[in-house]
Write a protein that binds this ligand. Structure first.
Ligand code: CMP
Length: 303
């Protein structure tokens, strides 16, 4: 089943985040007392500096992470842990917290992707340091991305949650896609803040569907198959772009695309993709070359 990581876009999704916190913290983990309206929130949820990243299974919110940019009213952690003593003068700071994923979906993949998406949000908002009072269960994972542990496990007296304080200097970020996007000036893909996971053998695209996004592969492999058959037209891996033809031709998808391993892709909506090509002639050229190569391949090795 595909899982999508994206920013909560409407009140219904934000409400589902507040209800998910209640389900995870009060019902599954029992670390907080249940409240009558079944929602967990604090004043930072009302500020425009806060956004929620969500993990969606179909359309159900099964995971979330709150991100808050620093401002004159501060960040949530200010109330219970002094991260500021670790920050250099002039640091531009973002706070990640309220991490929760419902039991059946827990594991490294969703946790890491929520955190990575938070770092993509940070980079596009010129943040220099990300602080996170984070669930001890995932603090080790964060070191893979470049976060450093600042202290022993602590208790947030306000929420009653245990956490480990970790800090990411954005100069130390360790992520293939971030480096790839930076080297290839693919910021538009980062700014879509939308990544999707598939399991091996799942369909990513079906021929004949209306296409509204192009995709870049962050991790894993895909197979492009002739519509409705097992005939393989191409395989693609990390860093390669697919799903562009429907957008360029204003027509439906030309082929089936199937995951050939666990797959993580970033999606870019049609208009942002077309704008990206208009603004980056070298990328438009790159796209033309890749389409040219595919055509040549089909003419030389017809299937
Ligand atoms: P789109 O038609 O939007 O969706 C299916 C995608 O498969 C298509 O964009 C291309 O990115 C890719 N594709 C289709 N045909 C080929 C081919 N012959 N070789 C490589 N990739 C292809």
């Amino acid at each position: 089943m595909a899982v999508k990581i994206t920013l909560a876009k409407d009140p219904a999704q934000t409400d589902a985040v507040l209800a998910l916190r209640h389900k995870v913290f009060c019902e599954e983990e029992g670390v907080m007392d249940p409240v009558e309206d079944g929602r967990i929130l604090d004043r930072f949820d009302a500020y425009s500096t806060t956004r929620n990243l969500v993990a969606l299974n179909e359309n159900e919110v099964i995971g979330s992470l709150r991100i808050t940019l620093d401002s004159e009213i501060g960040i949530p952690a200010d109330e219970y842990y002094d991260f500021r003593r670790f920050l250099p003068d002039g640091a531009i700071t973002m706070n990640c917290g309220m991490y929760c994923v419902t039991k059946p979906f827990r594991g490294a993949r969703i946790a890491l992707s929520l955190i990575l998406m938070a770092t993509y949000y940070a980079v596009t908002h010129k943040v220099t340091h990300v602080v996170a009072p984070i669930n001890p269960a995932i603090s080790k994972l964060l070191s893979r991305v470049g976060f450093e542990v600042l202290d022993d496990e602590q208790l947030d007296p306000h929420m009653g949650l245990r956490f480990i304080p970790v800090l990411l200097d954005m100069k130390n970020i360790n992520d293939f896609f971030y480096t790839f996007a930076e080297n290839n000036r693919l910021y538009n893909f980062i700014e879509s803040y939308e990544c999707i996971f598939y399991n091996n053998d799942e369909y990513v695209v079906r021929a004949g569907e209306v296409g509204d996004s192009a995709f870049v592969i962050i991790e894993g492999e895909i197979e492009v198959r002739k519509a409705g058959t097992d005939t393989v037209l191409a395989t693609m891996g990390q860093g390669e772009v697919f799903g562009e033809l429907a957008l360029l031709t204003d027509d439906v998808r030309t082929a089936d695309v199937v995951a050939r391993s666990d797959l993580r892709i970033m999606s870019l909506p049609k208009q942002a993709f077309l704008d990206h090509l208009m603004k980056n002639p070298d990328h438009a050229m790159w796209m033309l070359k890749s389409i040219g190569k595919r055509m040549k391949n089909m003419l030389v090795h017809p299937v």
